[in-house]
Ligand binder design. Structure first.
Ligand SMILES: [Zn+2]
Length: 174
């Protein structure tokens, strides 16, 4: 089911999510909703549960945007165990539509998470996938990429997002 993606700023996006105890039917339904919602955006490569208003440590990533099922990643209780190097890549977020800024991240990460089968797996990633993993784990900690920008840049984006939200509320179209 396609759910509404919350737009920053807002308290729900900035709250830490709770660990999942077991990958039960409810978590599986949440994962399905995350994929449906992410694919419906056409350009999203990652989505975390708090972005659809659910405070569970669950996120999905698919760099192929639905074209290659092997790239669809399910992250339940993900933990980044090791980080190495530095990159400054431009990042965007489905909760901050229309914006993109360079963010400093580790260039390589080692991550541990549960999959949809409830089994733990380990993943070593670099490049775009490493950045996406760090971005999604941040969401589960109540942090967005804008929180990693300078106060000046963040305030400018906040103003634009507030305008966007008021336009959406009034039903006006661009
Ligand atoms: Zn995001």
């Amino acid at each position: 089911m396609v759910r509404e993606i919350l737009v920053w700023p807002g308290p729900i996006l900035s709250t830490r999510s709770e660990e999942v105890e077991s990958v039960d039917a409810e978590v599986k339904a949440l994962v399905a909703d995350l994929f449906d919602t992410m694919y419906a955006t056409k350009n999203g490569i990652g989505l975390a549960a708090p972005q659809i208003g659910v405070h569970r440590r669950v996120a999905v990533i698919d760099l192929s945007k639905g074209r290659d099922p092997k790239q669809a990643l399910v992250l339940v209780n993900p933990v980044i165990e090791r980080r190495e190097g530095e990159v400054d890549d431009e990042e965007g977020c489905l909760s901050v539509p229309g914006e993109a800024e360079a963010v400093r991240r580790a260039g390589r990460v080692w991550l541990k998470a549960l999959g949809l089968d409830g089994k733990e797996y380990c993943l070593e990633a670099e490049g775009l996938l490493a950045v996406a993993l760090q971005h999604e784990v941040d969401h589960l900690d109540g942090m967005l990429y804008v929180d990693r920008l300078s106060a000046l840049k963040r305030d400018l984006i906040r103003k634009r997002m507030k305008k966007l939200k008021s336009r959406r509320r009034s039903g006006a179209s661009r």
